[in-house]
Design a protein around this ligand. Structure first.
Ligand code: DAH
Length: 340
């Protein structure tokens, strides 16, 4: 029995040294420890041995030894396999063999890109601007002095140092006029904040896209042309709009540009406060005080500005009924935009 075990130990060692992968290791395990393997043979041989106790101990230590060597080799082979996989992957790929689901763009991102592409094709540059601004940029440079009643509509979140979260993208107008001077064509999308109670069409955090065009002889006709062209491109059809007088201290004259509610087709629903219309794009001719504050020569230049409600536009564009879905972080709602 002793000789037999020694011979088997030697042949196992030789075979193990040749094992190159996990499949070969498994075959070797079956050969030695499987039901019809060498170990079972040895156990059967116990019948013919006189000192069963000593022989049993020898068989047992052979079994423990073989099991331990197989386990040790298995760990080493796993490590080798993973390292080979990492070497094969050209770039770092954190998913390796466990592919996860792909994410999707947020509908606001999609709407922003679409509108940006339209204005870019009409010669507008795209500007980025801060979310934290000063009182001057957000109000004073826009002809809204301290204690002006127009500030009531735009209560926001103030920082201890006196800065604030911008209430509208118009807060970038002054800096952009100072940066480029006239003539100027620019759009600037951005996140805006207001101290607002929320409902299906109001949120404390939302997106706007401001636009400005300043040149010689710019009039309301230019403003209407650009607005209609942009909306018709976004909705892929000639959209119904209406222009009403609107007051904003930084434009004169000022307008509210409303769009027919896409969700109810104009019949009235909670998304449009039952009016059939949605305020989408207030706009107007830039007030001379605002132009002057931005260093523009008002004798030579005029311009228009608009503040497109990007969040509202995305609601219309994609038929999203509740504005609160945008910031909800709900994957169920947002993953619907995967294929777009
Ligand atoms: N900033 C205004 C608001 O958020 C919207 C606005 C109105 C922007 C008229 C403009 C404009 O550029 O001309 O309420």
């Amino acid at each position: 029995m002793k000789d037999r075990i020694e011979a088997l130990t030697a042949s196992f060692g030789a075979s193990l040294a040749e094992v190159a992968d996990l499949d070969a290791l498994e075959a070797l395990r079956v050969e030695y420890l499987g039901k019809r393997g060498h170990l079972t043979e040895l156990m059967k041989g116990l019948r013919d041995v006189a000192d069963k106790k000593a022989a049993g101990q020898l068989i047992n230590s052979f079994k423990v030894d073989v099991e331990a060597k197989i386990a040790e080799r298995e760990t080493a082979l796993y490590e080798e396999a993973i390292n080979a996989q990492i070497r094969r992957a050209k770039k770092y790929n954190p998913t390796l063999t466990f592919p996860r689901e792909m994410g999707s763009y947020h509908p606001i991102t999609l709407a922003t890109r679409e509108v940006e592409a339209i204005f870019e094709s009409m010669g507008f540059t795209i500007e980025n601007y801060a979310e934290i601004v000063g009182d001057y940029e957000c109000f004073e440079a826009l002809n809204i002095p301290k204690h002006h009643p127009a500030r009531d509509m735009q209560d926001t979140y103030y920082l201890e140092n006196g800065q604030l979260l911008k209430t509208h993208t118009s807060a970038a107008q002054n800096a952009i006029m100072k940066k480029y001077g006239a003539p100027l064509r620019a759009i600037f999308p951005g996140r805006c904040f207001r101290n607002e109670s929320t409902d299906a069409c109001h949120e404390n955090t939302f997106f706007q896209m401001e636009g400005m065009m300043i040149d010689e002889n710019i009039s309301i006709s230019n403003l209407i042309y650009f607005m209609k062209t942009m909306l018709s491109e976004v909705f892929n059809r000639d959209v119904k709009v209406r222009l009403r007088p609107g007051f904003f201290p930084f434009v004169e004259p000022g307008f509210e540009l409303d769009i027919n509610c896409e969700i109810c087709g104009g019949d009235g629903c909670p998304s449009c406060k039952n009016s059939g219309w949605l305020e989408l794009c207030p706009c107007g001719m830039i007030h001379p005080n605002v132009l002057r504050e931005g260093g523009i020569d008002t004798e030579k230049y005029t311009g228009f500005a608009f503040g497109l409600g990007l969040t509202r536009l995305a609601m219309m564009r994609y038929g999203i009924k509740d504005i609160r879905d945008f910031n909800s972080g709900s994957l169920k709602a947002l993953s619907q935009f995967k294929s777009i």
